[in-house]
Design a protein around this ligand. Structure first.
Ligand SMILES: Cc1cc2nc3c(=O)[nH]c(=O)nc-3n(C[C@H](O)[C@H](O)[C@H](O)COP(=O)(O)OP(=O)(O)OC[C@H]3O[C@@H](n4cnc5c(N)ncnc54)[C@H](O)[C@@H]3O)c2cc1C
Length: 454
């Protein structure tokens, strides 16, 4: 094992992109992936068929030289299409500039593209059907299991990067050797994927350029468009309780539930019953841990370090930012691995926590607040404040989705902005009634100049 050799565990989205960056820098990389090669076998891509890709994820893909191939995969989503119980819809735009949109991307296609791009460099080998059971930092070996033959063997490593997702084996090994914290916080809510098939002549049956939401307080349905005219639909609801996966447990209850709560979605879901009972119910949890690295030997990034709930559509985007941060540290510090790992850890840790918090808050916003008149007034006002003071006030959603300032800064600024908005809308029902002199004073007093990172 030379210093130019990296062992990478997990060839998911973050692992494959990391392998591309490492390959471009001349590293020899052995990637161990427990699943079969999805380019050869028809396996599910895992959780969520499609994902929201935003600026933070696009930037590293650009740096890896992959965006030319990614653009054709994308479907633009300009805002949230809110469906109320009577079937009425209204669009809440995500931003106020033409470029302030997000994109739906098929997980499997993006993953395959990154894997192929990594392998094309010639110095990356992805060993499929190889599960990492254990990392031994005493002897610098990794215990691997060939899942086709059930053979278990050890491989030496010099440096290891854990991109093995939310149940990371590398995280466990790091935390066995450090007196640190490693928490998995279950949300108590799960999800189920359903499908709105494409319509006649391959047309979309509902507005194509939107992320559709049926918000219902304690639960919700969302739908993201796919290039082929279909939508991937996700039902999010509690695991237990009066409206829950455990309660809605037979065909009649399911049909009654959809007829009552999502009447306009029901006719669009011809396979509702089969999909609900045959598709797995996914679990949702937040992983918070520290440290993310062990000496100069190992680091975890992506969901392995910070699995978050999916309501800000940022898990992958954040993981791609981690991969780019690690790459920049390698570029700056050459073979000073202790610095590379500890800098990446300290740069990304608070950001991982910040987006984890904001993602949980966004669940409440998506399933509930979007229908609230005060929320809508604040949203309209925040666009107006951004128009008037664009270097000082940027709506939090926009800071997270359209800009690349650190998540922790978006969270801190967002908190102050929320206080300002609450003060300004008190007893108001329309933006025209807001005192903009007071707005100017509050914004100048409380918010520093925004540092743009484009
Ligand atoms: C319902 C849902 C919707 C989501 N929507 C969005 C979205 O819209 N936008 C967004 O940015 N993010 C979204 N996310 C989050 C996103 O899916 C994750 O953040 C992203 O997949 C993380 O990538 P990763 O490579 O770190 O981990 P993973 O995608 O989990 O990949 C880990 C890889 O490691 C492999 N592996 C695991 N254990 C081992 C082992 N012991 N040995 C070898 N290999 C192993 C796995 O097979 C897998 O290939 C969503 C998540 C969910 C659940």
């Amino acid at each position: 094992m030379t210093d130019k050799h990296i062992t990478l565990i997990g060839a998911g989205l973050v692992g494959s992109l990391t392998a591309v960056f490492l390959a471009k820098r001349g590293f020899t990389v052995d990637v161990y992936e427990r699943r079969p090669d999805m380019r050869k076998e028809n396996i599910s891509a895992g959780r969520s068929i499609n994902l929201a890709l935003a600026n933070r994820g696009i930037h590293p893909l650009e740096k890896a030289g992959l965006m030319d191939d990614v653009w054709p995969m994308l479907t633009t989503m300009k805002g949230r299409m809110i469906h109320d119980k009577t079937g009425q819809c209204h669009l809440q735009p995500y931003g106020q500039r033409p470029e302030e949109v997000i994109y739906s991307v098929p997980r499997a296609d993006l993953n395959k593209l990154c894997m192929t791009a990594a392998e094309q460099h010639g110095n990356v080998t992805i060993h499929f059907n190889h599960k990492c059971n254990r990392v031994d930092f005493e002897n610098n070996t990794v215990e691997l299991e060939d899942t086709l033959t059930n053979t278990v063997f050890e491989k030496p490593f010099t440096r290891i990067i854990g991109t093995d997702g939310s149940a990371s084996s590398v995280r466990e090994a790091i935390h066995e050797r450090t007196s640190s914290h490693n928490f998995v916080e279950p949300l108590g809510h799960g999800y189920k994927e359903l499908t709105i098939p494409r319509g006649q002549q391959n047309k979309f049956q509902i507005e194509e350029q939107a992320l559709h939401i049926w918000p219902r307080g304690g639960f919700m349905v969302i739908a993201l468009p796919n290039k082929d005219g279909s939508f991937t639909v996700t039902l999010f609801m509690p695991n237990e309780g009066p409206v829950s996966f455990s309660e809605i447990n037979n065909e009649q209850k399911l049909k009654d539930f959809f007829a009552q709560e999502f009447p306009d979605a029901l006719p669009l879901l011809p396979n509702l019953v089969e999909e609900y009972f045959e598709n797995p119910t996914g679990n949702l949890a937040t992983v918070r841990c520290k440290p993310w690295h062990y000496q100069d030997k190992a680091i975890i990034i992506g969901d392995a370090a910070h699995a978050i709930v999916p309501f800000h559509g940022q898990g992958m985007n954040c993981g791609f930012e981690d991969a780019w941060e690690l790459t920049q540290q390698i570029d700056q510090h050459g073979d000073e691995w202790i610095r590379i790992f500890s800098n990446t850890d300290s740069q990304r840790y608070t950001n991982g926590n910040a987006i984890a918090d904001m993602a949980i808050e966004n669940y409440i916003e998506m399933r509930d607040s979007v229908n609230d008149p005060v929320f809508r007034l604040k949203k309209e006002l925040s666009f107006e404040l951004e128009k008037r003071w664009p270097t000082l006030f940027i709506p939090r959603y926009s800071m997270v989705m359209f800009h690349r300032l650190p998540y922790s800064e978006a969270q801190a600024r967002g908190k102050i902005q929320q206080e300002i908005l609450s003060q300004l809308v008190e007893d108001k029902t329309q933006v025209e009634q807001v005192d903009f002199k007071l707005a100017e004073k509050l914004i100048h007093d409380k918010l520093s100049e925004f540092v743009f990172t484009h």
